[in-house]
Every structure is written in structure tokens, then in C-alpha cells.
Write a protein that binds this ligand. Structure first.
Ligand code: AMP
Ligand code: MG
Length: 400
């Protein structure tokens, strides 16, 4: 089968825009807090209480009137966390108070036990030179009704703490994206096998599986398929039926056995682009049907790795309403970099030294996946660049 259309090569930014604009958010479910880690919130969450819920002591100490700090004070009671005070504090009086306990009426200051001396039973004296108030005021962190977390937030441990304190025990989150992974190539064998003549082990299957997990989505691996339209078609049908997104590796270039785009079209996938002005990863292909999404990633491992990070990962998050943005520090080059004439935007693996300067690592091209293991990140050299001088600032996309 031949391809129905040839699309023009587009800049990466345009490809990114096309991919992101096609993402329709998935359905929503509720989960227990124990299952909420790394899920994406589907609703704004408001607190149903003030935080703190009452004026409370920040220290173990004595609650009194600041005006009385210089005199001996009668201790009225001991206030434990969880039990309201029984007495108001008047002139010359105080209450012993524990961290987190409710401040008694009349008190405007807590001095620490470490700054206290007890000359007689039920009498205490402040011995410090000065003291802070050591009070956490009701509602100073959050007011009841305030939005504490916004829809689209990726839930980390700190978010779980906020959900818990806001009384949101079963947050509404997007369901996880289901991603099918297919490796195409007659030359491929599984990692457990020893390659014969002309064969190589498939690294893209396990790599894309791991990248998908890392992107908080649910991968399913459909194995290696041979370079025939029938084999790719059968596997793609299977994967499309069971997933939201299908990633195929290999078979998207201009070779005699590169059938992936044609098979996508045969399965009612409209191809929106099939060439990006980017190195590595030029033949990256993206298509959509009414309900499914399909990426054809180039077979070379560095290409599929980088295209996943740059394009697929933000897209998977977008399906769950999350704007994925990674910290990308801008750092100086440690030495002059001469990449030759750069015709397409080019990604290079780099290390960041303890001095905060960026050095390229040894890299032979898009088959050299091993280079990424010694790299801290990748940098993009814009098309049209020639030489980058020492000290030039580059944005480093960190590889976690
Ligand atoms: P292709 O995109 O199918 O033309 O493949 C480009 C290069 O990537 C070839 O050298 C393939 O052998 C290699 N390749 C394809 N698929 C894989 C894979 N799953 N794992 C590792 N290398 C691959
Ligand atoms: Mg191939």
C-alpha cells in the first residue's frame, strides 16, 4: 500500500502545537488518598475549615499577656493539644501550654519552657531577654472556602497533605492514560534473546514502556511486529481497541519496508504531520481518529527517546488536564561548541559540571542510546546556528 499524502516538514513548535491542540481530556474518577499519588486533579479543591482552625501555640511554653512578661505569673492550668482551655488569662496570670494547643482567651504571647523558671509551685517567671509571640493565628494559612489546589495539579506528597487537611478524602482525578506500545522491525529480537546475524535487540519497547510509566500513564506492550502491512495492521488494531494512545516505533522513514503511516491511514487515522525539522526524530508521525491518537516514532533509540520526552509526554499529561512543564535551567557552555552547520534544530546530550557549566558528552548520533546514560540532560541547538562560544547560555532539559 502506498501513502495517500505527503506532508511538509514543519518546525518542532508547530508540531507541538498540533499535538497539544488535539488533546481531549479523559474521564474522571474518584480515588482514595492512598491511591492519589501522581494522579492529576480534575477539580478545584476548597478547604472546609480555616487553617489553623483556631489560634494555637507554636511552642511548648506559657501563654500570658505580653505586658506581664516582666513579672511572676500564676499558672492557672496546663492546656494539652486537643483540649480547649478552661480559663481566660488575666493580669498576672498564665497557662502552661503545649505545641498545637488552643490559646486561652486574654493571652497574646507564648514564651518557651526553655525561657521559664519556676520559683514556686504554680508560679513561673520569664527569663529570656525577648520573645516572639509564638502564636499561629486562626486562618493565617488558609480560610474556609479558599481554593487550596487547582484542577490540573499533579498530586505529590505535599498535595496529599493539603487534600487531607482540607477534608478531601476522595479527590476527583483523571483516569490514567492507556498507552499501547508496538515495536516494528524485521531485525528485532526481544532483550532475552541473543541476536543472530543482522539482528539487534529491541530497546525501544522497554524504553517507551518505562517512559510511559514515568509520565504517570499505563503502558501495555504488544510485542515486536514484522515489517509487513498485515502484521502491523493486526497489532495496531489490537492496540487501538485497548488504549487511548498507540506508540509505534520504527517503520516511519522512507525505506522500502516503512509501512507504519500507510497502516495508520488504513485504520482511519488521519495523519496530521509526518516530518519535523528536528534532529534526531525527523520522520516522527502523528495522527488521530475520532477517539484515538497514534504516534509513529523513529526506530533509532535516541530519536524515540527524545521525541517521547519533547512531544508525547506533554501530550499524555494534556489528556489529563495537566500542563507539563519541566524545570529547564539556563546555564553557560564550558567550552566553544562547533556542531557544524545546523540545518534542523538539533538536540545534543550534555553533562552539567559541579561548576554549573555545560559540556557535551561523547555522542555518535541517534543510535547511540548509551550516551544518554552518562548525560544529565539534552540541549537544543537552533537551526541556522554555526558556532556557540564558551559561556553562551543554553537551556538544559534535564533527564530525570
Ligand atoms: P526505522 O525507523 O525502522 O527505519 O529504524 C531506524 C533504526 O532504528 C534502525 O537501525 C533500526 O534497526 C533501529 N531500531 C528500530 N526499532 C528499534 C527498536 N525497537 N530498538 C532498537 N533499535 C531499533
Ligand atoms: Mg524498521
Amino acid at each position: 500500500m502506498t501513502r495517500k499524502s505527503e506532508n511538509p516538514m514543519i518546525p518542532f513548535e508547530k508540531a507541538f502545537e498540533i499535538v497539544m491542540s488535539r488533546a481531549r481530556p479523559l474521564d474522571v474518577e474518584t480515588v482514595a488518598l492512598e491511591e492519589a499519588l501522581h494522579r492529576i486533579l480534575a477539580e478545584d479543591v476548597r478547604s472546609d475549615v480555616d487553617m489553623p482552625p483556631f489560634d494555637k501555640s507554636a511552642m511548648d511554653g506559657y501563654a500570658c499577656r505580653r505586658a506581664d512578661l516582666q513579672q511572676e505569673l500564676i499558672v492557672l492550668e496546663t492546656i494539652q493539644a486537643g483540649t480547649p482551655p478552661r480559663y481566660a488569662v488575666g493580669p498576672g496570670q498564665c497557662a502552661k501550654i503545649m505545641t498545637g494547643a488552643m490559646l486561652p482567651e486574654g493571652a497574646d504571647c507564648v514564651f518557651m519552657v526553655e525561657d521559664a523558671e519556676t520559683p514556686r509551685e504554680d508560679v513561673v517567671r520569664f527569663t529570656g531577654g525577648n520573645t516572639k509571640d509564638n502564636i499561629c493565628f486562626r486562618g493565617e494559612d488558609i480560610r474556609a472556602g479558599d481554593v487550596v489546589l487547582r484542577a490540573g495539579a499533579r498530586i505529590g506528597a505535599q498535595h496529599i497533605a493539603v487534600l487531607a487537611s482540607a477534608g478531601c478524602a476522595r479527590p476527583r482525578v483523571y483516569r490514567r492514560v492507556r498507552v499501547g506500545i508496538i515495536a516494528t522491525g524485521d531485525e528485532l529480537v526481544e532483550p532475552s534473546e541473543r541476536p543472530g546475524p543482522g539482528q539487534i535487540r529491541s530497546s525501544n519497547g522497554p524504553q517507551l514502556f518505562a517512559q510511559t510509566q514515568h509520565a504517570d500513564a499505563l503502558p501495555t506492550y504488544y510485542g515486536i511486529v514484522r515489517d509487513t502491512e498485515e502484521a502491523i495492521d493486526a497489532s495496531l488494531k489490537h492496540a487501538l481497541a485497548e488504549n487511548d494512545v498507540v506508540l509505534l516505533s520504527g517503520g516511519v522513514s522512507k525505506g522500502d519496508f516503512d509501512f507504519v503511516p500507510g497502516v495508520m491511514q488504513r485504520n482511519d487515522i488521519e495523519i496530521l504531520f509526518d516530518a519535523i525539522a528536528m534532529k534526531p526524530g525527523k520522520p516522527t508521525t502523528f495522527g488521530v481518529s475520532a477517539t484515538k491518537y497514534c504516534f509513529g516514532l523513529p526506530g533509532n533509540p535516541v530519536s524515540s527517546f527524545i521525541q517521547f520526552e519533547a512531544l508525547v509526554k506533554p501530550f499524555l499529561y494534556k489528556l489529563t488536564g495537566h500542563d507539563f512543564l519541566e524545570m529547564q535551567p539556563v546555564l553557560p557552555l564550558a567550552a566553544r561548541l562547533n556542531p557544524g552547520r545546523v540545518e534542523r534544530a538539533t538536540w545534543l546530550p550534555v553533562c552539567v559540571g559541579a561548576d554549573g557549566r555545560v559540556r557535551p558528552v561523547k555522542y555518535h548520533g541517534s543510535a547511540h542510546i548509551h550516551a544518554l546514560c552518562g548525560a544529565d540532560g539534552i540541549i537544543m541547538i537552533p537551526a541556522g546556528s554555526d558556532v556557540l562560544e564558551e559561556g553562551s547560555l543554553v537551556r538544559v532539559r534535564l533527564l530525570r
